[in-house]
Design a protein. Structure first.
Length: 319
């Protein structure tokens, strides 16, 4: 079965401005998942996938896509898992490691990113009915809410929640901002604002006032869901770094899929050999120690949450 996600990228036209891909024309299927295009053996995967989505939306009604996906996954016995993660918590590493296991692929369940909260949308999930024979991992920074839970229940998506020490996240987030990543759902930033904030020495205060509440609410929401009887597996970034193989074995056991350790080791090694992407973490545990030193907003906010939710153990994200 042709998997449009696995198509190689078409070489860019050397003389074109803005790195525009060559036009799709005259292509025909060849061996396996490869397609031929005139003198090239591959086509632009993104353009092909956009064409597939347009065709799919125009020809196959949403309700039919939904039924085809659910029936297909039952027939093939494939599983879906959502890694709901804090930002800067190793979610890319975890999702790629899972996707590296034979029979698994990484997909997106959100229509866009930017300043939009990464809320799952049914349209993004059911459109992949053509690939229902694959196990799927979705990785998104999404808080617990009725909408997400309803989608997870409808499509039988197992939920794994990835957390990390929140001060380490704040430090990593700050470094990521320094690298030029200014568009986030948690805080509105541009270069002018960032320069003003840094000249005023307000960056730790800004991070404490914007990102920190989001992280704490993320954790509280998923913990309360768990306490109410919701089925969810919590994974700590620190445990993932310390024992990646053990963490993935535990994850696979949780979703009811048996995978031997050697296969998981191979998937992890493949990710480790890949050049680190811009959105992947440095991986240093404890790097946020002292980031909020002398910043009363952070400590006061954490204390409010500790006092407000006495039934919740916050040590996994504070230790």
């Amino acid at each position: 079965m042709l998997d449009p996600y696995r198509l190689l990228c078409l070489p860019w036209c050397s003389g074109s401005k803005g790195r525009k891909p060559r036009l799709l024309s005259g292509f025909a299927p060849s061996q396996g998942n490869a397609l031929t295009l005139g003198n090239s053996s591959v086509i632009d995967a993104r353009a092909f996938y956009r064409a597939y989505l347009s065709f799919n939306s125009a020809i196959v009604p949403a309700a039919v896509q939904d039924v085809l996906l659910k029936i297909g996954k039952k027939c093939f016995g494939t599983r879906s898992v959502l890694v709901a993660s804090m930002p800067r918590s190793g979610s890319t590493y975890l999702a790629l490691s899972v996707a590296g296991i034979p029979g698994w692929r990484s997909r997106s369940a959100v229509p866009s990113y930017g300043r939009r909260e990464y809320e799952l949308e049914a349209e993004q999930i059911r459109r992949d009915w053509i690939a229902s024979g694959l196990n799927v991992v979705y990785g998104h920074h999404v808080r617990c809410n009725e909408h997400t839970l309803a989608i997870a229940d409808h499509y039988e998506i197992d939920v794994v929640v990835l957390v990390r020490n929140i001060k380490d996240i704040c430090r990593s987030f700050s470094d990521h901002v320094d690298a030029g990543h200014l568009t986030w759902p948690y805080v509105v930033l541009d270069e002018v604002t960032l320069r003003h904030v840094d000249r005023s020495g307000l960056r730790p205060s800004l991070v404490a006032s914007t990102l920190l509440p989001w992280l704490l609410n993320f954790y509280v929401g998923w913990k309360l869901h768990e306490q109410a009887g919701g089925r969810v597996l919590f994974v700590r970034y620190e445990d993932l770094v310390d024992n990646s193989v053990g963490s993935l074995v535990h994850l696979m056991d949780y979703i009811g899929t048996s995978v031997n350790e050697q296969t998981i080791e191979n998937a992890i090694e493949s990710v480790s050999r890949t050049p680190r992407q811009g959105n992947m973490n440095v991986g240093v545990i404890g790097r946020g120690e002292g980031y909020f030193r002398g910043e009363p907003i952070a400590d006061a906010l954490i204390e409010v949450f500790l006092s407000s939710y006495p039934s919740i153990d916050f040590s996994p994200i504070l230790a």
